[in-house]
Design a protein around this ligand. Structure first.
Ligand code: MN3
Length: 251
């Protein structure tokens, strides 16, 4: 499964480069800047022909993150919860299209809320799965290079970042996420608490690393011990992927 996803990502990357090349020629500019969007349309399972999303495969098996995250939790979380958000996105988009073609405009707010919630869920989970890596494949440890430098600059040290990030995630009120985000306007990293799939985030924030603290993400194994789950989550962070996102985000 991992190979298949990598191959599809690679194809998406080539297509993106091709598009960038054409644009730069038309504008008469020099060497195009190489960028890969994240999550890419391919990673999100976006089909431009039907303008709908399909649930992307995980980049590893359901049991790959054991013992940090158990197989049953992964199965339900990906196969039921994430699948539900994908379905919700497609449904909201369909309803909004129907409204544009003469449907009941008084339902706009309802379906925009649904779109916000489900699209948030879809993007968050896509970033979540790919932001983790089994310990045996290099998950955990610490970031290095530019990302470590920026973390040290913005939070004081990597240890201080971990303290802040894990506390923020653990103390999310109700269901939500802890995020490390890049804020481009002031060129710095920040930590946010997201409620549900979208609330308490701010417009310019580029999500880099997120931990899902909805009970469905940990309750089977950790019950009410959210802090222990978040602490263990740090052992499967895919720092090379988070660094890649950081480099793309800051351009
Ligand atoms: Mn979830």
């Amino acid at each position: 499964m991992q190979q298949d996803v990598s191959r599809r990502e690679a194809i998406g990357g080539i297509a993106a480069l091709g598009a960038a090349g054409v644009a730069s020629t038309a504008l008469g500019t020099t060497q195009p800047k190489i960028q890969t969007r994240f999550p890419s349309p391919t990673a999100l399972g976006y089909d431009n022909a039907t303008k709908t999303y399909v649930l992307p495969d995980l980049p590893y098996g359901y049991n790959a993150l054991e013992p940090i995250i158990d197989e049953q939790t992964m199965q339900i979380h990906h196969g039921k919860h994430h699948a539900g958000y994908v379905k919700g996105v497609n449904n909201a988009l369909k309803k909004l299209e129907e409204i544009r073609w003469g449907g009941d405009a008084s339902l706009i707010q309802h379906w925009q809320r649904q779109l916000s919630f489900h699209m948030g869920g879809h993007i968050n989970h896509t970033l979540f799965w790919t932001g983790m890596q089994p310990e045996s494949k290099g998950g955990g440890g610490q970031p290095d290079g530019n990302l470590l430098h920026q973390i040290t600059n913005d939070f004081g040290s990597y240890a201080k970042f971990v303290t802040h990030f894990t506390a923020a995630a653990t103390k999310v009120e109700g269901s939500g996420w802890g995020w490390l985000v890049y804020e481009p306007a002031s060129d710095r990293l920040m930590i946010t608490q997201m409620q549900n799939q979208q609330d308490m985030m701010f417009s310019s924030a580029v999500p880099l690393l997120g931990v899902d603290v909805w009970e469905h993400a940990y309750y089977l194994k950790y019950q009410n011990r959210r802090a222990e789950y978040v602490e263990n989550f740090m052992r499967v962070v895919n720092w090379s992927e988070i660094s890649r996102r950081f480099e793309i985000a800051r351009g």
